[in-house]
Design a binder for this molecule. Structure first.
Ligand code: ADP
Ligand code: ZN
Ligand code: ZN
Length: 686
């Protein structure tokens, strides 16, 4: 008998991190097995052999897969659990697909899927000993040779692309930023690097924000590579398990493409990880373990001696800062790849100026109206952007753009209409809204932003015979998105209203005008990343046009025409925005200059939530007095969700380890069920 420490993939009991089981077989670490727990069968992962314990042990029921998980994933599992103070079983639930122990027939739609077999004695391939074979090492799918030549696409790399490829190809391992403007041809660079990896017998993982919005990238990879494995949330459980099995059992290097979770595909011999549009919020998982895929990828690249390429036109300033600090390569591509592409003309329209409006509309300036009219007459398309999250109640001066700010947190105050009171959702400062603007004295104090519904109504009123289509986060889910894309591309739709940054998949040949209805809307959110998100939205929206050879226009309407996020966003000037914002973060002690922990508490009654957060805040105060700064307790931004009251505490500290101790303290108290603990929150809104 051999005894094994097994890590169950579902929580058996909060205090059981791993369990001991027996088997006749010799099982390498990473083998996925089925184990009896109580009356039920559960899945577990073999961690290591142990000495015969002095208690009774049950036997492993069966081995689910002959091939063990790659060692790098076992290391990543430990790291995630430790770094995000999350139970190891919870981490497995994120890392492994559901239903691994279900019996499935191998079929054409489920390539290489290994079905489970009962336990018997025998040899097993160990983690390290597995070899992908000479065929793979030579680059088995015929892509050997010069990886700087695009295999099946009919263009020649431009100098920017060539030097990017050269520099990244020479880099041995570790992280690099590929900072290329929208349309600079980053996909072709990713492909060249994947080809290089393949030539060295190594696999690649390409992460995309959301697969349904990235059809073009997927098509391009599929055209050039044979062993592409796709994984995404619209797949059935069986399809996902099949894709997972295909990666596990691959005997050639593969290219995996998928969203955040594709990082955990059991890829052996990993040579390259690409994170495309690496600034996208979807790379942060919003349930436990609340991990950041960039962080986790860097670790995985480390464990596998692979390269990690972070590609974006607008990398998060914290990531850019880290790359600079560590002296990692930052490779730039500043030109549009298509030789005939023309940059758009950009105009900023000041919403505080009455002259910019006519009696026709209070939502669209006359500049935007004229441009829309013109485009529609020429049968071209219009894209109107609006930041939905920004339509929350705020208080601003319509005359000069002044916003009510918290004097302690330097973040906007939120209006609570019921009590007619301004409140800071970070530190809980309260004050009455002013009757006139403290800056310019105007009485035109406006108490909210423009809603998306209002925009749609206005458009229908102004252009009743035109086709309008709203395209937001909710429409963008599932397969139907392909149909929406096809419809938008065909040009049947005249006006598209987008409520979130539409990912790169939306490359519309007929698009001639982008209008941002209220560019500063997101600036009013009480969050340290508001300015950055606003900059990204504007810069990315500008990148939607100017891809073809025809002249295009971007009109940015705003109450704050001088806000750096607006000015630099419209100019797509990353460098200047970076300088401005990094100084801000330093002054406000926000990331990357401090670590944050966000504790959110939910109760059925307001009293319950206030008492609970006060109690925890005072415990933290007592125990960690000189080390941390406690912001709050304050009502969460989304204070009442259904019949639940939500409050939050934000803790700031120079040491992430101290924050981990606090996180553990909160998750171990009796009322842990009421709390959500988030290390390194990307936003303070919840
Ligand atoms: P990015 O990801 O940087 O926004 P893409 O990779 O989507 O840009 O490329 C933009 C467009 O330019 C695509 O249609 C692509 O096929 C094309 N393209 C890329 N490289 C070249 C090149 N060297 N010459 C001509 N067209 C190119
Ligand atoms: Zn004013
Ligand atoms: Zn405050």
């Amino acid at each position: 008998m051999v005894f094994y420490e097994i890590s169950p993939t579902s929580i058996v009991g909060k205090d059981f991190l791993s369990l001991t089981y027996a088997s006749e077989e010799n099982l390498p670490a990473g083998t996925i097995v089925e184990i009896p727990v109580g009356k039920r069968q559960r899945i577990g992962v073999v961690l290591r052999k142990v000495a015969r314990p002095d208690f009774e042990t049950k036997s492993i029921s069966r081995v689910l897969f002959d091939t063990p998980l790659p060692t790098s994933l076992l290391k990543l599992h430990i790291w995630l659990s430790e770094f995000y103070t999350t139970h190891p079983s919870t981490v497995w639930q994120t890392m492994l697909p559901a239903g691994l122990n279900k019996k499935r027939r191998t079929g054409r739609s489920e390539p290489n899927f290994a079905s489970a077999r009962p336990v018997k004695n025998g040899e097993r391939v160990s983690n390290e000993a597995r070899d992908d074979g000479p065929e793979a090492r030579r680059g088995g799918n015929g892509l050997v040779g010069d990886y700087r030549v695009s295999a099946r696409t009919n263009f020649v790399f431009n100098p920017d692309q060539l030097s990017a490829i050269d520099r990244l190809a020479k880099m041995k391992s570790g992280t690099a930023i590929l900072h290329g403007i929208t349309g600079s041809g980053k996909t072709a660079v990713y492909k060249a690097l994947a080809t290089q990896a393949l030539g060295a017998g190594k696999s690649s993982i390409i992460l995309v924000p959301e697969i349904s919005l990235t059809a073009q990238l997927v098509d391009e990879f599929r055209a050039d590579f044979d062993n592409v494995i796709l994984t995404h949330s619209a797949q059935t459980e069986a399809q996902r398990a099949a894709a997972w099995g295909a990666a596990l059992n691959a005997n050639k290097p593969v290219v995996v493409i998928g969203p955040r979770s594709a990082l955990f595909m059991p890829v052996r011999n990993l040579g390259l990880i690409v994170i495309d549009e690496c600034h996208e919020p979807s790379y942060k998982q919003e349930k436990a373990p609340r991990y950041n895929a960039l962080r986790a990828s860097a670790k995985l690249a480390d464990f596998s001696l692979a390269k990690l390429i972070l590609g974006s036109a607008t990398p998060l300033i914290a990531d850019y800062f880290t790359a600079e600090k560590l002296g990692r390569p930052i490779v730039e591509m500043k030109k549009l790849a298509r030789s005939n592409a023309q940059k758009p003309t950009t105009k900023i329209v000041d919403l505080t100026k009455r002259d910019n409006f006519t009696s026709r509309s209070r939502v669209f300036s006359k500049q935007l109206l004229i441009a829309m009219q013109d485009v529609l007459e020429n049968n071209k398309q219009i894209l109107l952007f609006h930041n939905r999250r920004g339509s929350a109640s705020t208080t601003l001066c319509e005359n000069c753009g002044w916003i009510a700010m918290c004097t302690r947190c330097f973040l906007p105050l939120t209006l609570h209409a019921d009590k007619f009171e301004l409140r800071c959702h970070i530190c809980n400062l309260k004050q009455k809204p002013p009757t006139k603007c403290p800056d310019c004295g105007s009485a035109d104090i406006l108490h909210k932003g423009i809603g998306t519904k209002k925009i749609e109504e206005e458009i229908k009123r102004l252009f009743p015979d035109k086709t309008v289509r709203r395209f937001d986060g909710d429409t963008a889910r599932g397969q139907a998105v392909q149909d929406v894309f096809a419809e938008l591309k065909s040009g049947q739709t005249d006006i598209i209203i987008g409520t979130q940054t539409i990912a790169k998949g939306l490359d519309l040949p007929n698009l001639a005008l982008v209008g941002i209805v209220q560019a500063d809307a997101g600036l009013m959110l009480p969050d340290f990343s508001s300015s950055e998100r606003t900059f990204q939205l504007i810069a990315q929206a500008c990148g939607r046009v100017g891809r073809g050879h025809e002249q295009s226009t971007v009109i940015v309407q705003t109450y704050q025409p001088d806000a750096p996020a607006v000015v630099y966003g419209a100019a797509q000037n990353y460098k200047e925005f970076y300088k401005y914002e990094i100084a801000n973060r330093q002054r406000g002690h926000f990331p990357p200059f401090a670590h944050l922990l966000k504790l959110t508490c939910a109760y059925k009654t307001e009293r319950g939530v206030v008492n609970a957060t006060r109690k925890v805040a005072s415990e933290i105060q007592t125990e960690f007095v000189d080390q941390v700064q406690i912001l709050g307790p304050a009502p969460a931004f989304y204070e009442r969700a259904r019949d639940i009251y939500r409050w939050q505490i934000v803790i700031r500290c120079a040491s992430r380890d101290v924050l981990k101790q606090i996180a553990t303290h909160v998750t171990q108290q009796k009322t842990a069920r009421n709390w959500t603990v988030e290390l390194d929150p990307s936003s303070l809104l919840s």
